[in-house]
Design a protein around this ligand. Sequence first.
Ligand SMILES: *[C@@H]1O[C@H](CO)[C@@H](O)[C@H](O)[C@H]1NC(C)=O
Ligand SMILES: *[C@@H]1O[C@H](CO)[C@@H](O)[C@H](O)[C@H]1NC(C)=O
Ligand SMILES: *[C@@H]1O[C@H](CO)[C@@H](O)[C@H](O)[C@H]1NC(C)=O
Ligand SMILES: *[C@@H]1O[C@H](CO)[C@@H](O)[C@H](O)[C@H]1NC(C)=O
Length: 449
Amino acid sequence: MKSFLLLAISMVYMRHEDVEAQSIETFSSGELSIGNSYLRTLEEILGVLPKRCKSCCYGGRRYRHGKVVDTFPRKCLHLYCYLGRIKPYYHGGENECGCCMFNGTMYLNGQSVPDICVRITCQDGQWVSSGLINSNCKLCQVWNDPFFVTFDSYFYQWHGKCNYSISQKHYGLSESFGIYGQFTTCPWTSSQSCLEFTTFTDSSGAVVQIDHLTSGLPVTINSVLQTLTTTIQTFPSSNQFFNILAWKWGNCYIFVGTQGFVMKACRDKLFVWAKLVLSGQVNGLCGHYNLDQVDDFTDRWGNMWPLSGTPFAFPNSWKTTSQPSRCPVASGRRRRSSDPENAEDPCQADQPELDNIRAACETLLTGVQWNGFTPSVDSFEYAVSSCVATVCTMNQNGTSQEVVDEWKGRMQVMLETTVENEAVTVDFDTLDNTTTTSSIPETSTMLLA
Ligand SMILES: *[C@@H]1O[C@H](CO)[C@@H](O)[C@H](O)[C@H]1NC(C)=O
Ligand SMILES: *[C@@H]1O[C@H](CO)[C@@H](O)[C@H](O)[C@H]1NC(C)=O
Ligand SMILES: *[C@@H]1O[C@H](CO)[C@@H](O)[C@H](O)[C@H]1NC(C)=O
Ligand SMILES: *[C@@H]1O[C@H](CO)[C@@H](O)[C@H](O)[C@H]1NC(C)=O
């Protein structure tokens, strides 16, 4: 028994050299009650003491061994539970200060989060956006009166007037994160539907809601109305470990979630970027994201529908459980739905008329630019196609010229926002290889409670 004990002691000693040094020889089986952490490790192995001795009590909560119990980003310090004791860990050394936290990781002053979809850098304890987007992320777009381009770049229209999953984890009705869009009849044209509310729920517990139809685009986070500015704020601020980040970007708002989504919400347009790690993980109106277009019309029950410009069964399956009174509530049961595969194309114009509308739309959108940048070929084509569809239905419905003209202005603004995004999308790997210095130590990821 004694030799086994000594063996156990020496094993522990080798593994935990940083714990107070104590001579192995002083221990024997009769000395198990000595209260130091070195001995506790031994006791742990022998199962002599109750399990709770491994954990720490901090701020009224119990934390397991190895877990971080608190962080002090301004001092680059975190406290963690080590065999029942609270120990400090200084990132970058004791003299470092002005660190920032994101998603459970502490970043030093000057360091950027390397692999998210927007570039944010820690500057003296405050996240700062450099206004750049990561080209390694995929983009899904939704714009009035709704047109979609999936993560895998398929363009279609869907004019449902309910609440749908734009992109969510897996297929369920209450997954831990997702972006939802509620559409309603556009106030200026009854024929089509417009973004009414966008909701972004994150695993961190944050729930963001944007009211697209109220001027100024009010944003609530966890039901509290927020005034966002160009300064990056963290929500919910009570949890230093896992926060979402939010700020104002031009006339839009940007939200960085903890699971790999970044959402930019504008009045008439929504942009969602997804990290490649979400590939195969997320579904909804933005399609089954996996870098392959063919299965983009995968419905909530896993059925794959053929791609078409005017789908019905696929988008309709993505209704959520919370619906406005005008809509039926989605049910969890798998329905072999009687929904038709396709919706009727709302534009019934003949070819000559379509050609006229297209020429007018091309004229309208040619020349839209941002800081000298012009749209990509694809973005220009999406903008023209959606302009044709909208103007066609407006003409059919006898919409007044005044409304049509206002709408044309908004279509130009939407394209301009798209061009801005394209202009600031860069490869972060190249950026990091040319700008970072080897003096920045590696970021330490922590084990969190
Ligand atoms: C507008 O046009 C759409 C599609 O053509 C039609 O379904 C709708 O009833 C029309 N609405 C009005 C108010 O004319
Ligand atoms: C945040 O951390 C979790 C767990 O480590 C990870 O799965 C997720 O991808 C991280 N989020 C981002 C945006 O990097
Ligand atoms: C839409 O559905 C989602 C998911 O159920 C929900 O979180 C969100 O609050 C709903 N939107 C509105 C405006 O109620
Ligand atoms: C950047 O550097 C990393 C590591 O040194 C390398 O793996 C990667 O290929 C480089 N990327 C580019 C775009 O040069």
